[in-house]
Design a protein around this ligand. Structure first.
Ligand code: NAD
Length: 445
């Protein structure tokens, strides 16, 4: 089948690579010439495990091509996926300007029947909006062309995106058109081999499903962070509490880890967008608003702990903190809304210096933090520790789980570790002679 993917980011490039892997002919379109040039040179611009080899294999076999020319890319395609960004506006609502532009461009070039698929995360009603924009362009051109607009939200996770796309828990298709649903079932058949993985529903339900899923996951995280904070105060240990509640099958162990708060390009903006949708329709969203509030507080919590620790020991000014991890979670270079950015801002505002390391997000970090003269990004994991007063672990990269503690202790001025991910055992830290401050557990001082 012939597919055109518009927007070659984390979602678009993964979808394109996986669809071409199944034998489809896929053209990727992006407005960013640099991205397309890099892809045409065989290099990918994002870090995603397994993606580079998939892209290069399918590109070499001629099933995957890259271009900035949408008219050419959509010419032979039956399916046109819109995978452009839908960031937050300053009021928290979803910025649909990239989606609108794509719809206008499709309308300007549409000449035969196509299925336009909204894969980006977009508020309820966006499929109708896209349809109206395309129709307006067709009317202006004075032509009549049939087309369908479908909602097909994406549920992949950065860091495991290729696996998630190849073996999805479910594929949601929102359309009232039975024929369109059948065509999408055929396209997705290699991924959703068991029939119950394919869930066809109304367009608005599909759009809502994506927000409901992300907000449910964000709720679990904020709930557990609130429980963790209470554990610290009342003398409980959140690791033990997690084991206790997770064993209940109605609750389960997934997504109930406390930490530095959720970040990334999805949860924060999608939570805000759902709050905004509720407001727009005059509905209450007390729970989701609380999820957002708890998360904003949690994102700076480990920084507050660093400040409290040094304030009680002569002051924070001029102190240096080594930070391990810049990406919002392990296995990605994505720093969008990463807690590391909040933590670094709070610490540097308080007069501290930061020496940071991340296995893959360092290059992004150098660009994003270029204006903060109190931050240096180092190339080796142990480089930031040299002469630092403390270590703060922010991202849960595997290589941080079992580091050389003797080396850390020798390099730090103060043997103190702030652990935003609860990677280490309190007893072990105590035996090693560290002060150890984590999340939802009693500090080792
Ligand atoms: P991204 O920012 O990585 O990629 C978007 C791409 O679209 C960019 O390369 C940009 O240059 C391109 N673009 C913008 N306007 C364009 C246009 N008019 N024509 C062609 N290309 C254009 O975004 P992403 O992380 O891939 O997310 C895309 C959408 O998918 C968002 O709505 C997001 O919420 C949703 N989503 C993301 C994830 C994730 O983990 N990243 C998971 C599920 C859903």
């Amino acid at each position: 089948m012939n597919v055109c993917i518009i927007g070659t980011g984390y979602v678009g490039l993964v979808a394109a690579a996986c669809l071409s892997e199944m034998g489809n002919d896929v053209t990727c379109i992006d407005v960013n010439k640099e991205i397309i040039n890099r892809l045409n040179d065989g290099k990918i611009h994002i870090f995603e495990p397994g993606l580079e080899s998939l892209v290069s294999r399918n590109a070499a076999e001629g099933r995957l091509t890259f271009s900035t020319d949408l008219a050419e890319g959509m010419q032979d395609a039956l399916f046109i996926f819109s995978c452009v960004g839908t960031p937050s506006k300053t009021d928290g609502s979803c910025d649909l300007s990239y989606m609108d532009t794509v719809a206008e461009q499709i309308g300007q070039h549409l000449s035969d029947y196509k299925i336009i698929i909204n894969k980006s995360t977009v508020p309820v009603g966006t499929a109708d909006r896209v349809k109206a924009i395309i129709q307006k362009e067709l009317d202006q051109r004075g032509v009549s062309v049939e087309f369908d607009v479908v909602s097909n939200p994406e549920f992949l996770k950065e860091g495991d995106a290729v696996n998630d796309f190849l073996k999805p828990d479910r594929v949601i298709v929102g359309t009232d058109n039975v024929r369109t649903a059948k065509l999408l079932e055929t396209l997705y058949a290699p991924f959703a081999r068991s029939r119950d993985k394919m869930i066809v529903m109304g367009v608005r339900s599909a759009e809502m499903t994506k927000y409901a899923a992300n907000c449910m996951l964000a709720t679990k995280i904020s709930f557990m962070n609130e429980v963790a904070n209470l554990c610290e105060t009342v003398g409980a240990d959140v690791k033990e509490v997690r084991a206790g509640i997770g064993s209940d099958r109605r609750i389960g162990y997934h997504f109930i880890y406390p930490g530095v708060g959720y970040g990334g390009s999805c949860f924060p903006k999608d939570v805000r967008a759902l709050i905004n949708t509720a407001r727009e329709y005059g509905c209450m969203s007390n729970l989701v608003e609380a999820v957002d509030t708890v998360n904003n507080r949690q994102k700076r919590q480990i920084a507050d702990k660093v400040i409290d620790y040094f304030s009680a020991r002569g002051g924070v000014n001029g102190k240096t903190v080594a930070v391990w991890g810049l990406s919002f979670k392990a296995n990605t270079d994505d720093m969008r809304e990463s807690a590391a950015l909040d933590i670094i801002q709070v610490l540097t505002d308080a007069g501290m210096k930061i020496r940071a390391y991340d296995p893959v997000a360092s290059e992004n970090g150098k660009k994003i933090l270029a204006d903060n003269s109190h931050v240096s990004i180092m190339d080796g994991q142990y480089d930031p520790l040299d002469g630092a007063d403390a270590l703060a672990v922010v991202t849960d990269w595997n290589q941080f789980r079992n580091p050389d503690f003797n080396r850390i202790k020798k390099m730090l001025v103060h043997p103190v570790i702030f652990d935003g991910r609860n990677l280490f055992s309190r007893t072990f830290m105590k035996d090693m002679g560290f002060s150890y401050i984590s999340v939802g557990r009693q500090p080792v001082i």
